[in-house]
Design a protein around this ligand. Structure first.
Ligand SMILES: [Zn+2]
Length: 407
């Protein structure tokens, strides 16, 4: 059972039926957003369901349970991090999306969007991705036998390409220097060629899956929301979806407070951060997306010019923070000391929390959830390896090495 009612256009406010396979607004080409009638949601029913994305199906857009696509998305751990808490000066928890079925946050969104596509009778699909979404798309489409085509950044880490190869879906390497060309090309695929697409926001169902961040955090914190949440911004689906989820919790009367939602971008291409500082409603192209190690979120301009993440940040009193590649590498090391292996984009949240705490925006008694959006196994080449010592299997070498390393 779902309480979804319709889709509405961000730009022209036109209303469209959710049971039609509309993607972008047929009237103006704007991005669409789903609305719900929350009056009949039952927390008892939700809590009696097994954990995972589909526990929250009443708040998601898929009406018939036979269409749920479930390879294990959702229910990632919320990990208390004592060393980060002490260093940052706040109560720091990591929501670790590296434990999702394909190792990234994208599984939340593809579980939902793929199920909706199945319900709509979609027969084939296309997506563009920096790599993480591509793996999730392939896994979820394969699971329901939906044929697809993946366009992936030509410079994606080999680990991401290996996963795609294993999934066996057709993959084409895509070269681009200005994301507006990718956005226009994918809008053409959807609007002119009539292909069903899965690019976040151009597909109105992907970000619905990220509402489950808010629900899970609320449940894991003892039915309270955190004071702050920090999420890297690619297109902004994670932060915008979180905002919808937290608004649901308030509308349902399950909490009366909204976390401050902060977003990070790589300093080498920080168009949303610049727009935030300038008080602009939309971002302008900036930087070189191939120059940063944060390949999962690198873009000179997010889709729809970053309007949605900017709204989510401003309306919750959050901030947009630019993080250098060196800070991301340091974030990877600091998360590693908590037992968490992060890819660079997810590790950007560590120094964002540090900067926000230093500026007084985060106080010592406040809870901060860092969204570590994917496992470091996605991008092992981002971790510089030092020369490692070597030994032979002899007692002499063992004694020498132990003396050196176990003082
Ligand atoms: Zn419209």
């Amino acid at each position: 059972m779902s309480f979804v009612t319709d889709l509405r256009c961000d730009r022209c406010a036109a209303v469209w039926p959710h049971r039609d396979p509309v993607l972008l607004c047929p009237a103006c080409g704007g991005v669409l957003d789903a609305h719900y009638d929350l009056g009949a949601i039952s927390l008892d029913r939700i809590l009696s369901s097994p954990p995972g994305v589909w526990r929250w199906h009443e708040l998601l857009p898929v009406e018939d349970a036979r269409h749920f696509v479930d390879i294990g998305a959702g229910d990632s751990p919320l990990i208390h991090c004592p060393q980060l808490s002490s260093w940052i000066g706040a109560q720091v928890l990591v929501k670790y999306e590296g434990q999702q079925p394909t190792g990234s946050l994208k599984d939340r969104s593809f579980a939902v969007a793929m199920a909706k596509a199945a319900e709509l009778g979609v027969r084939g699909a296309i997506t563009y991705s920096s790599g993480n979404a591509a793996a999730s798309f392939a896994a979820h489409a394969n699971h329901i036998g939906l044929p697809g085509l993946i366009l992936v950044n030509a410079w994606a880490d080999r680990a991401k390409l290996a996963a795609l190869y294993a999934f066996g879906m057709p993959v084409v390497l895509l070269d681009w220097s200005d994301f507006r060309h990718v956005e226009a090309m994918m809008a053409h695929a959807v609007g002119v060629m009539g292909i069903y697409g899965f690019v976040n926001f151009q597909n109105p169902w992907r970000h619905e899956g990220y509402k489950t961040y808010a629900y899970e955090n609320w449940l894991d914190l003892g039915r309270r929301v955190p004071h702050h949440q920090i999420h890297p911004i690619g297109t902004g689906g994670g932060i915008f979806g979180s905002w919808k989820g937290y608004r649901d919790l308030i509308a349902l009367g399950w909490t009366d407070s909204m976390p401050r939602l902060h977003g990070t971008q790589p300093a080498l291409c920080a168009s949303v951060v610049t727009a935030f500082r300038n008080g602009a409603a939309e971002a302008s192209p900036e930087g070189d997306p191939t120059a940063t190690i944060a390949e999962a979120v690198a873009s000179n301009l997010p889709l729809d010019a970053g309007r949605r993440p900017l709204r989510a940040i401003r309306e919750t009193g959050g901030q947009a923070v630019a993080i250098t590649d060196d800070e991301m590498r340091d974030g990877i090391r600091r998360l590693g000391r908590e037992g968490i292996f992060a890819e660079p984009a997810g590790a950007s949240t560590v120094w964002a929390a540090k900067h926000l705490a230093e500026s007084g925006a985060i106080r010592p008694d406040e809870t901060v959830v860092l969204l570590v959006t994917a496992t470091g196994l996605k991008q092992p080449e981002a971790v510089p390896l030092a020369e490692l010592p070597r030994m032979n299997a002899t007692t002499g070498d063992l004694e020498r090495i132990v003396k050196q390393w176990m003082k």
